[in-house]
Unconditional design. Structure first.
Ligand SMILES: *Cc1c(COP(=O)(O)O)cnc(C)c1O
Length: 463
């Protein structure tokens, strides 16, 4: 067992420590024979780094400040890893019925789960109320549905235990990555604050069971001050609502996640302490203990703990450019392959024994295994000469890369292993997720033959 007690807090690892851990990981992967013809790539999560990231978030908020820190499930849908977050006292932010059941299976208590889908069905709303899971209403039509569900729940179980909130779009504008910006004036998420401020305050005044405001205005490519501005506007609405009703109706402010990750080096920056400092500067009232603070970080809690390790199958020179053909491509690094400018990944080269190559750099391409031209992990990158049988390691892949498999070419989901130091100082390896088998791929590709369905007679148009 790895020690996850809060008392065991350690500082965040520096870049040298992270590199050292990764070198050890690749050497261990080779020694343990995780890479072979059937399994030419795998993912590894370093639990020491993961724990240090968790602790670094918990440590920047004083124990006396009421707070619920959740892990955004979509960043890391691995059941035993989510269970580790649950054991460390985290809650879980979920956005689909699958993620909700996964969070429950991983051991998160219902009162520490926050359900944020923008497309909740009537059944999902009823399930959240029955479980006592917190959820945030995304739009006025959903609010009308929740009105009905709440009155039915009240008739059945009395006042719902769920903390019910509303997601606001502060409409503060885009960050550097358009597809990742949640707070533009036309973003699909939440209720536009600039558009509907009075209706929002009135909606709360009419519903004493609405007690939470939610904003997720940060994202990769977004400055911390910009995201904090969204939280400041949200806290203003909270004060307006409380003033209107004459008591403290807003109990919790959920500031979302979206702390950017540095993909360019092994340095962890910005930190949760930087995030908190930006919030403190913009919204000091958030820290006076009036509200319970909810956070929903995903990438910043996980990215730096993950490494993809893949074998180089062949090398060749085409048009004068050396190209290494590896097994890590669009199936694991989907976003980076389709949007390499927004989601650059570093690539490191290791020899077949798992020793990092340090030879002088040479401009090369690193390709994935999928059958389309754009499946390139790196183009024109300066790297030590790559040889067949080498391994490439892709750092910073602990968030989203293991949980967002893309089944192009029916390429299987790779295994994900974890490694961490136990209390005796020994490195312990575990399996977090088995690799998808070829048999599973065939089974999941559909029925053996077309399956006739019962005949439904067409409705009579004259009715
Ligand atoms: C995706 C998401 C998060 C996590 O975002 P990160 O950038 O991974 O921190 C948190 N809250 C909501 C509502 C989200 O959609």
């Amino acid at each position: 067992m790895i020690d996850a007690t809060p008392g065991a807090w350690r500082p965040l690892p520096g870049p040298d420590a992270i590199l050292q851990r990764r070198k050890q990981i690749v050497a261990d992967v080779v020694r343990q024979g995780f890479i072979d013809d059937l399994h030419p790539l795998c993912g590894v999560l370093d639990l020491d780094t993961l724990d240090e990231l968790m602790w670094s978030l918990q440590a920047v908020y004083p124990a006396e400040l009421p707070a619920v820190h959740t892990i955004a499930a979509k960043a890391i849908t691995l059941r035993p890893v989510l269970a580790r977050f649950a054991d460390a006292g985290f809650g879980c932010e979920v956005a689909s019925p699958g993620e909700l059941e996964l969070a429950l299976a991983a051991g998160f208590p219902a009162e520490r789960i926050v359900f944020d889908s923008p497309a909740k069905t009537t059944t999902e709303i009823a399930r959240a109320l029955e479980l006592g899971v917190s959820f945030n209403v995304d739009n006025f039509e959903e609010l009308a549905r929740v009105d009905q569900a709440v009155s039915q729940a009240v008739a059945r179980i009395g006042r719902p235990r769920s903390v019910i909130g509303m997601r606001l779009n502060p409409q503060t504008g885009a960050g550097a990555i358009d597809a990742m910006s949640t707070a533009t004036s036309t973003s699909k998420f939440g209720i536009g604050l600039a558009d509907h401020r009075d209706e929002i305050v009135t909606a709360f005044a009419m519903r004493p069971w609405l007690s939470q405001l939610h904003v997720h205005s940060g994202s990769q490519g977004m400055r911390l001050e910009h995201a904090a501005e969204g939280v400041r506007l949200t806290a203003e609405v909270a004060a307006d609502i409380d003033k209107r009703v004459g008591f403290q109706q807003i109990q919790r402010i959920d500031v979302g996640g979206g702390l950017p990750v540095n993909f360019r080096s092994d340095r962890i920056t910005p930190t949760f302490a930087d995030h908190r400092a930006a919030l403190q500067a913009a919204v000091p009232q958030l820290f006076d203990g009036t509200y319970t603070l909810v956070t929903e970080f995903g990438r910043a809690l996980t990215a730096k703990a993950g490494t993809v390790v893949a074998r180089v199958e062949y090398t060749k020179v085409t048009g004068g450019r050396p190209i290494a053909i590896t097994h890590a491509g669009v199936q694991v690094a989907t976003r980076s392959i389709f949007a390499p400018e927004a989601w650059p990944l570093r690539v490191e080269v290791y020899d077949p024994h798992g020793r990092r190559r340090e030879d002088p750099a040479l401009v090369q391409d690193v390709a994935g295994p999928a059958c389309f031209t754009g499946d390139m992990l790196a183009v024109g990158r300066e790297l030590p000469a790559v040889h067949p049988g080498d391994l490439v390691a892709v750092p910073d892949t602990g968030g989203y890369y293991f949980s967002t498999h893309f089944s192009y070419n029916a390429l299987p989901r790779p295994a994900v292993y974890t490694v961490g130091t136990d209390s005796a100082g020994d490195r312990r390896w575990s399996l977090a997720r088995r690799a998808q088998t070829i048999e599973q791929i065939v089974t999941e590709a559909g029925e053996p033959s077309l399956k006739p369905l019962p005949f439904v007679s067409p409705a009579c148009p004259s009715d």
